[in-house]
Ligand binder design. Structure first.
Ligand SMILES: [Zn+2]
Length: 81
């Protein structure tokens, strides 16, 4: 189970809207407390990934993609170096 330091949580803020974040331990995500934002940031190896690019937006889920899972295109991304 992912454990996050409460003190750390106190200083973390959503990079999108600067609201506080709520831990969703089941999903291992940090969820923005602001309903209009609501971005969910993944936590990997106990490290919150507070990047808007990595966040999941529950209100704007890509439902239409759900059905063809095996058709997922893995696009090689050009990472900025
Ligand atoms: Zn937010």
């Amino acid at each position: 189970m992912t454990q996050l330091n409460e003190a750390l949580l106190g200083i973390l803020a959503c990079p999108n809207c600067r609201s506080s974040l709520v831990v969703d331990y089941e999903a291992s995500e940090l969820v923005c407390a602001k309903p209009e934002c609501g971005l969910a940031y993944p936590v990997r190896d106990s490290i919150p990934i507070l990047l808007v690019d990595e966040a999941r937006a529950p209100g704007h889920s890509r439902a239409e993609v759900d059905e063809d899972d095996d058709a997922t295109h893995v696009v090689a991304r050009d990472e900025d170096e």
